[in-house]
Design a protein around this ligand. Structure first.
Ligand SMILES: [Zn+2]
Ligand SMILES: [Zn+2]
Length: 237
């Protein structure tokens, strides 16, 4: 498989998304734009570098929402530096972080951050645990979270456990982008990717991976083709 050339960009009307990076075990980083609103999705390591290349500092400070699909380091490695950067740059408006219920990584990063900087923080951080698949809205964007199936190895690699993991459909005006996060082949992703204007589908399976962790290339493509356009991401390099 030839390597994806990041960033991957897609835009229709006033709705766009840019995937700066999506490499398993290394980093993910995505920015979504709907009219003048920016969201960050899966702020892995490198997110500050990529945001600063892409948009101005006032635009970065205006970001209202961060969406986290799950707590693996390649999806949240940039959270601490993002929160600290927004403090240093004197963000005033609130920041909401959406994450799956049971994702203790975000809770603990937030607790530690609060301990260190809580007293001198110029902006408010709202943590929103997602507990249902109900649609909600932020800044004229509809967000539909859905559960996916994603596992991780336990230390001795003898067995795997399910981690709290979500995909999100983002809809603005009449367009929908489906981002499945990290997932094995599952019906909820099949359902949410179907007819999406863009589906971002992981194909992270390699010979080292057990089933129920990532998708093979052909599984990912079979879902991708049900959308109007698709990107295959999280392909091992
Ligand atoms: Zn990952
Ligand atoms: Zn993962």
């Amino acid at each position: 498989m030839k390597k994806n050339k990041y960033p991957l960009s897609w835009a229709k009307d006033n709705f766009s998304i840019k995937i700066f990076c999506s490499i398993p075990n290394i980093a993910t980083g995505i920015i979504l734009k709907a009219d003048k609103t920016y969201f960050i999705i899966d702020p892995g390591d490198g997110i500050l570098r990529d945001l600063n290349k892409e948009i101005s500092i006032p635009e970065i400070l205006s970001i209202s929402d961060v969406f986290v699909t799950h707590g693996h380091h390649d999806h949240i490695g940039g959270v601490w530096s993002l929160l600290t950067y927004l403090r240093v740059m004197n963000k005033k408006t609130p920041l909401t972080i959406y994450f799956p219920k049971g994702c203790i990584e975000i809770v603990h990063i937030h607790n530690a951050f609060n301990k260190v900087y809580g007293k001198t923080l110029p902006y408010k951080i709202n943590l929103k645990q997602i507990i249902s698949s109900k649609v909600f809205r932020s800044n004229n964007v509809s967000i539909k979270p859905f559960n996916v199936i994603h596992k991780e190895y336990q230390s001795n690699k003898n067995y795997t456990i399910q981690v709290p993991a979500l995909g999100f459909n983002f809809s603005f005006e009449d367009k929908t982008i489906c981002y499945g996060g990290d997932t094995a082949f599952c019906n909820s992703l099949v359902k949410h990717a179907k007819n999406a204007d863009l589906a971002i589908i992981e194909a992270g399976h390699d010979d080292d991976t057990t089933a129920d962790m990532h998708m093979t290339m052909s599984e990912a493509k079979s879902i991708g083709y049900s959308a109007k356009e698709f990107f295959l991401v999280h392909v091992p390099e």
